[in-house]
Design a protein around this ligand. Structure first.
Ligand code: G
Ligand code: G
Ligand code: NA
Ligand code: MN
Length: 248
């Protein structure tokens, strides 16, 4: 309850801030877009990552107003980043995504912010499949009609990924970090097989594949050898405020 009250005060005091992490081309490290990542600029405890409050935010329902506040600020802060064909991604909580009218409100907010919908991508997780898959497909199609594309985040960690993924109109699938980390280890053969299978899936479905959590040159080399085109991770850049990325 303490944390929940803190989150209410943070909303009222507009203490949530976006950081941005680049998505790059593996071959030359060129930036193709940025992921907006939620941070709580706590008056006493400093900058907090979602791991410290996301669960309470979701259980209490506060994640919905937090997401809307975050989206508005993220679009405002990243206008200079969404240039030269680069996109910005926003993480949408599954419960917000399933809210009736979500797509209409998302588009309205984008217009209000003066942000080009074609430069916006929404990151959704397999958690959205807990709802009605047909309804999810309909929302994604309406968003696509409005030029807002979607990325499937943390791919491979959900339980029903393969059952539905071919039905979803997605621009991008992000391979969860847990498959990328072991690529550099001694026993990398099995994780390589999984990543190769996801890359083949992306190719067959015409969906861009992004490897998340790339931290070492060895992981990068393995991914490049497997034909992975896009990546994200500390090797290329940590999440930072928008101004840190200006003119890069
Ligand atoms: O603590 P850490 O930064 O590792 O947490 C990352 C988690 O927080 C990821 O699951 C990510 O999808 C989620 N996340 C990051 N930014 C946002 C946001 O703006 N809204 C929501 N709902 N989740 C976010
Ligand atoms: O669930 P999602 O993929 O949205 O979570 C993104 C989270 O992963 C963010 O909190 C971000 O700070 C973190 N992250 C991004 N790149 C790396 C990385 O290379 N290594 C690790 N350990 N975490 C990363
Ligand atoms: Na994400
Ligand atoms: Mn992810």
């Amino acid at each position: 309850l303490n944390l929940e009250q803190g989150l209410r005060e943070a909303l009222a005091g507009e203490q949530f801030v976006p950081h941005f992490q680049p998505l790059v081309r593996l071959d030359d490290g060129g930036i193709v877009g940025y992921e907006a990542l939620l941070r709580w600029d706590h008056p006493e405890r400093g900058l907090l990552a979602p791991g410290e409050f996301l669960q309470v935010a979701e259980e209490s329902g506060l994640i919905e107003p937090i997401d809307w506040q975050m989206f508005a600020l993220a679009m405002k802060c990243s206008k200079d980043l969404a240039v030269d064909g680069r996109f910005v991604t926003l993480n949408v909580s599954p419960r917000l995504f399933q809210r009736p009218g979500f797509d209409t409100r998302m588009l309205a907010l984008t217009k209000e912010a003066g942000f080009d919908p074609a430069s916006l991508r929404l990151e959704v997780t397999e958690g959205m499949l807990l709802g009605d898959p047909d309804a999810m497909v309909a929302v994604l199609l309406r968003l696509r009609e409005s030029k807002i594309e979607a990325a499937l985040d943390d791919f491979g960690t959900g339980y029903s990924s393969l059952g539905h993924v071919h039905r979803f109109p997605l621009k991008m699938i992000k391979i969860d970090r847990s498959f990328i980390t072991p690529l550099a280890g001694d026993d990398s053969r099995r994780s390589c097989a999984v990543v190769e299978a996801i890359l083949a899936l992306g190719h067959a479905l015409g969906v861009d594949i992004v490897a998340e959590g790339v931290e070492t040159q060895e992981q990068r080399d393995k991914l490049a050898a497997m034909g992975c085109v896009y990546a994200q991770g500390y090797l290329f850049g940590r999440p930072q405020p928008a101004h840190a990325w200006a003119r890069q």
